[in-house]
Design a protein around this ligand. Structure first.
Ligand SMILES: [Zn+2]
Ligand SMILES: [Zn+2]
Length: 151
Protein backbone atom coordinates (compact mmCIF):
# COMPACT_ATOMS: atom_id res chain seq x y z
CA UNK A 1 0.00 0.00 0.00
CA UNK A 2 1.44 3.33 -0.95
CA UNK A 3 0.07 6.67 0.07
CA UNK A 4 -0.12 8.99 -2.86
CA UNK A 5 -0.63 12.45 -1.47
CA UNK A 6 1.28 15.60 -2.01
CA UNK A 7 4.41 14.92 -3.98
CA UNK A 8 7.52 16.98 -4.25
CA UNK A 9 10.48 16.16 -6.42
CA UNK A 10 12.65 14.05 -4.16
CA UNK A 11 16.40 13.82 -4.26
CA UNK A 12 15.98 10.44 -5.90
CA UNK A 13 13.83 11.85 -8.69
CA UNK A 14 16.33 14.61 -9.32
CA UNK A 15 19.17 12.10 -9.45
CA UNK A 16 17.15 9.91 -11.79
CA UNK A 17 16.59 12.92 -13.99
CA UNK A 18 20.32 13.62 -14.05
CA UNK A 19 21.17 9.98 -14.70
CA UNK A 20 18.75 9.98 -17.63
CA UNK A 21 20.76 12.70 -19.28
CA UNK A 22 24.01 10.75 -19.11
CA UNK A 23 24.79 9.01 -22.39
CA UNK A 24 24.99 5.22 -22.23
CA UNK A 25 27.68 3.18 -23.93
CA UNK A 26 26.60 1.67 -27.24
CA UNK A 27 27.32 -1.79 -25.89
CA UNK A 28 24.92 -1.16 -23.01
CA UNK A 29 22.00 -0.39 -25.32
CA UNK A 30 22.63 -3.11 -27.90
CA UNK A 31 20.55 -6.21 -27.23
CA UNK A 32 22.14 -9.55 -27.93
CA UNK A 33 18.97 -11.51 -27.26
CA UNK A 34 15.41 -10.29 -26.91
CA UNK A 35 12.82 -12.69 -25.55
CA UNK A 36 9.14 -11.81 -25.40
CA UNK A 37 7.61 -14.44 -23.12
CA UNK A 38 4.21 -14.15 -24.68
CA UNK A 39 2.80 -17.63 -24.15
CA UNK A 40 3.93 -17.67 -20.52
CA UNK A 41 2.47 -14.16 -20.14
CA UNK A 42 5.58 -13.28 -18.20
CA UNK A 43 7.23 -10.33 -19.83
CA UNK A 44 10.27 -9.20 -21.72
CA UNK A 45 13.85 -10.34 -21.22
CA UNK A 46 16.90 -8.79 -22.83
CA UNK A 47 20.51 -9.95 -22.73
CA UNK A 48 22.68 -6.97 -23.57
CA UNK A 49 25.93 -6.94 -25.53
CA UNK A 50 27.80 -5.84 -22.39
CA UNK A 51 26.70 -9.05 -20.63
CA UNK A 52 23.98 -7.40 -18.54
CA UNK A 53 20.58 -9.09 -18.32
CA UNK A 54 17.28 -7.32 -17.85
CA UNK A 55 13.71 -8.51 -17.33
CA UNK A 56 10.39 -6.71 -17.01
CA UNK A 57 6.89 -8.03 -16.43
CA UNK A 58 4.20 -7.09 -18.94
CA UNK A 59 2.31 -5.31 -16.15
CA UNK A 60 5.37 -3.18 -15.48
CA UNK A 61 5.92 -2.44 -19.16
CA UNK A 62 2.31 -1.44 -19.70
CA UNK A 63 2.64 1.14 -16.91
CA UNK A 64 5.93 2.33 -18.37
CA UNK A 65 4.53 2.98 -21.84
CA UNK A 66 6.72 5.70 -23.36
CA UNK A 67 4.05 7.22 -25.63
CA UNK A 68 3.26 10.91 -25.13
CA UNK A 69 -0.20 10.22 -23.67
CA UNK A 70 1.08 7.82 -21.04
CA UNK A 71 4.11 9.98 -20.21
CA UNK A 72 1.78 12.96 -19.64
CA UNK A 73 -0.59 10.89 -17.56
CA UNK A 74 2.24 9.62 -15.36
CA UNK A 75 3.68 13.11 -14.97
CA UNK A 76 0.30 14.40 -13.83
CA UNK A 77 -0.10 11.57 -11.34
CA UNK A 78 3.53 11.74 -10.19
CA UNK A 79 4.19 8.14 -11.17
CA UNK A 80 7.53 6.69 -12.15
CA UNK A 81 7.62 4.42 -15.22
CA UNK A 82 6.22 1.02 -14.22
CA UNK A 83 4.49 2.29 -11.10
CA UNK A 84 0.89 1.03 -11.03
CA UNK A 85 -1.83 3.60 -11.47
CA UNK A 86 -3.84 4.46 -8.35
CA UNK A 87 -7.03 2.45 -8.00
CA UNK A 88 -10.08 4.70 -8.24
CA UNK A 89 -11.80 4.04 -4.90
CA UNK A 90 -15.13 5.59 -5.88
CA UNK A 91 -15.76 3.30 -8.80
CA UNK A 92 -17.19 -0.15 -8.59
CA UNK A 93 -14.43 -2.70 -8.65
CA UNK A 94 -14.07 -4.06 -12.14
CA UNK A 95 -12.19 -7.10 -13.17
CA UNK A 96 -9.09 -6.00 -14.99
CA UNK A 97 -7.10 -8.78 -16.61
CA UNK A 98 -3.34 -8.44 -16.12
CA UNK A 99 -1.87 -6.41 -18.98
CA UNK A 100 -0.33 -8.43 -21.74
CA UNK A 101 0.42 -7.80 -25.36
CA UNK A 102 -1.55 -9.35 -28.19
CA UNK A 103 1.61 -9.03 -30.24
CA UNK A 104 5.05 -7.46 -30.21
CA UNK A 105 7.35 -6.46 -33.02
CA UNK A 106 10.69 -4.83 -33.58
CA UNK A 107 10.83 -1.20 -34.67
CA UNK A 108 13.83 -0.83 -36.90
CA UNK A 109 16.90 -1.85 -34.97
CA UNK A 110 16.40 0.39 -32.02
CA UNK A 111 13.14 -0.48 -30.31
CA UNK A 112 10.29 -2.86 -29.63
CA UNK A 113 6.58 -2.08 -29.81
CA UNK A 114 3.77 -3.89 -28.02
CA UNK A 115 0.20 -4.10 -29.18
CA UNK A 116 -1.46 -4.41 -25.81
CA UNK A 117 -4.54 -6.54 -25.38
CA UNK A 118 -6.40 -3.43 -24.15
CA UNK A 119 -5.95 -1.88 -27.60
CA UNK A 120 -3.16 0.52 -26.68
CA UNK A 121 -0.14 0.35 -29.00
CA UNK A 122 1.42 3.79 -29.29
CA UNK A 123 4.46 3.15 -27.13
CA UNK A 124 7.82 2.52 -28.75
CA UNK A 125 10.21 1.07 -26.18
CA UNK A 126 13.70 1.92 -27.36
CA UNK A 127 16.59 -0.23 -26.18
CA UNK A 128 18.05 2.82 -24.50
CA UNK A 129 14.83 3.49 -22.60
CA UNK A 130 14.61 -0.13 -21.50
CA UNK A 131 18.21 -0.23 -20.35
CA UNK A 132 17.68 2.92 -18.32
CA UNK A 133 14.70 1.39 -16.55
CA UNK A 134 16.35 -1.99 -15.94
CA UNK A 135 14.69 -3.55 -12.91
CA UNK A 136 17.52 -5.82 -11.81
CA UNK A 137 18.74 -5.43 -8.25
CA UNK A 138 22.09 -4.07 -9.31
CA UNK A 139 20.61 -1.26 -11.42
CA UNK A 140 17.97 -0.38 -8.87
CA UNK A 141 20.65 -0.27 -6.19
CA UNK A 142 22.96 1.94 -8.24
CA UNK A 143 20.06 4.30 -9.03
CA UNK A 144 19.39 4.53 -5.27
CA UNK A 145 23.08 5.09 -4.62
CA UNK A 146 23.18 7.88 -7.19
CA UNK A 147 20.19 9.42 -5.46
CA UNK A 148 21.95 9.31 -2.10
CA UNK A 149 25.14 10.94 -3.31
CA UNK A 150 24.92 14.72 -3.51
CA UNK A 151 27.16 16.43 -6.02
ZN1 LIG B 1 1.03 4.77 -24.00
ZN1 LIG C 1 20.18 -4.07 -14.60
Amino acid sequence: MSHEGIRVATKQEQANQEARNQPLAKIAVTPEKVRVLMTEGKGLEIDWADGHKSAWSFAWLREACPCATCVDERAQQGREPGQPRPKPAALLPMYAPPPKPASAHAVGRYAIQFNWADGHSGGIYSWEYLRRVCQCQECRFSRDEAAGTPN
